[in-house]
Design a protein around this ligand. Structure first.
Ligand code: C5P
Length: 404
């Protein structure tokens, strides 16, 4: 069966015992609505968090959890053998460890070991568990074996705490999973330079002028491009997020550092994506020692000088055929005016595409989601995207090959 020309897949959704199991229901639903045949394999602990009837109603299939059920039909291997794709969401620290060790003490473990289908896992756990050396090593082992790891996202956890460990949003998991199943490597052979984060302009050895960019959208672009086969260099300015080892990272702090690194890396890049929030001005002088208030008195005058516009510089000196993508973060509330600002900016900077998003106190920066429009050189809208930063990243990348 196929829906909208997309091949219908036999998808096993493995659900393990974490609170994020309730969000697995949305993963199952999205896959079913996408026309796929979904078989849930839940651990006993997962069924403490989400009920079997819910999963059966949503998946439209029997939910399997018991290793000793269906022995005559060798169910412990049959489910895995029939699968085109296995998605484990959430994957607890315990499950991640079991997968890394190749354990098969429950139906899900057997199913995964018996399968040659692509495996996508969406870890969900407390930050301490995610950052524990055992989990870090287990995740590295799984990645090395070709397992696709989605997230985890940074955000509110079960209790009052927040940090990395929150399961990625269902739409993102489904998107990555389907892309993995399709083996989409449409950027294979492309060299992509991405800048991400926010520059910091030093005032003295301990202070800087900075901005609120977390780097999440730029990192999502770099990771998505790497997942799609590109050779990615990420110039990272003061990131608040981790970067997987599929991406080569060059760390920078100030705009002038970023300019040097970007100018050098752009010499071999086919595509340059300037997602970093770059300071327009920097202090004219940087004090050698900490600026003292007892010396300065009640008022401190700072003189700022303009930074080079790196994007405009790269666009003006581009290699033949190189595609240059800029970003514009604007606080303008009106949609039409936002677009006008973007159209003027793309022309002024000489970029091929400009990704325009709205930012504000609670919008754009450091959030999990994003809403963007993408303009071409003449200011026409060539694409729009809204959703997780990963899905926005994939949508932006979808627009690239057609624009070169
Ligand atoms: O002019 P504005 O700062 O809005 O432009 C944003 C775009 O230009 C982003 O792609 C940003 O990375 C880039 N930029 C730059 N150098 C600057 C300021 C912004 O490359 N000095």
């Amino acid at each position: 069966m196929s829906v909208h020309g997309v091949r219908s897949l036999n998808v096993v959704v493995g659900i393990t015992g974490g609170i994020a199991a309730y969000k697995a229901v949305s993963v199952v639903r999205a896959l079913v609505l996408g026309g796929h045949d979904v078989h849930v394999v839940a651990t006993e602990n997962a069924l403490r968090f989400v009920g079997r009837p819910t999963l059966e109603a949503i998946s439209r299939n029997t939910v399997h959890s018991d290793l000793y059920e269906g022995v005559a039909e060798v169910r412990h291997v049959a489910i895995g053998q029939a699968a085109d794709l296995i998605v484990v969401a959430p994957a607890t620290a315990n499950t991640v460890a079991k997968l890394a060790a190749g354990l098969a003490d429950d139906l899900l473990g057997n199913t995964i070991l018996a399968s040659t289908a692509p495996l996508v896992i969406a870890p969900a756990m407390h930050t301490e568990m995610w950052q524990n050396a055992a989990t870090v090593a287990n995740i590295a082992t799984l990645r090395q074996r070709g397992v696709t790891v989605v997230g985890p996202a940074v955000g509110q956890l079960t209790g009052a705490d927040s940090g990395p460990g929150r399961m990625s949003e269902p739409e993102e998991i489904v998107e990555v999973a389907l892309r993995t199943a399709a083996g989409r490597q449409d950027l294979a052979g492309r060299r992509i330079l991405v800048t991400a984060g926010g520059t910091r302009e030093p005032l003295d050895p301990v202070r800087f002028i900075g901005n609120r960019s977390s780097g999440k959208q730029g990192v999502a672009l770099a990771v998505a491009a790497a997942d799609r086969g590109a050779e990615v260099t990420l110039i990272a300015a003061n990131l608040e997020v981790d970067v997987p080892s599929t991406v080569r990272v060059v760390r920078v702090r100030s705009t002038l550092d970023l300019e040097r690194a970007a100018t050098s890396a752009a010499q071999t890049a086919d595509i340059v994506i300037m997602a970093a929030a770059v300071a327009d001005y920097r202090p004219e002088t940087v004090a050698d020692a900490k600026i003292k208030k007892d010396v300065q008195g009640d008022v401190l005058d700072l003189r700022l000088v303009k930074n080079p516009d790196i994007l405009a510089g790269l666009a003006a000196n581009r290699r033949p055929g190189q595609l240059i993508v800029g970003f514009a973060a604007e606080t303008e509330p009106d949609d039409a005016k936002l677009r006008q600002l973007g159209a003027a900016k793309v022309a002024r900077k000489g970029a091929d595409l400009l990704v325009v998003n709205r930012v504000g106190w609670n919008e754009g920066f450091a959030t999990e989601g994003n809403t963007v429009i993408v303009l071409n050189q003449t200011g026409d809208i060539v694409g729009e995207a809204s959703g997780s930063k990963r899905s926005v990243a994939d949508r932006i990348l979808d627009l690239l090959p057609h624009s070169i």
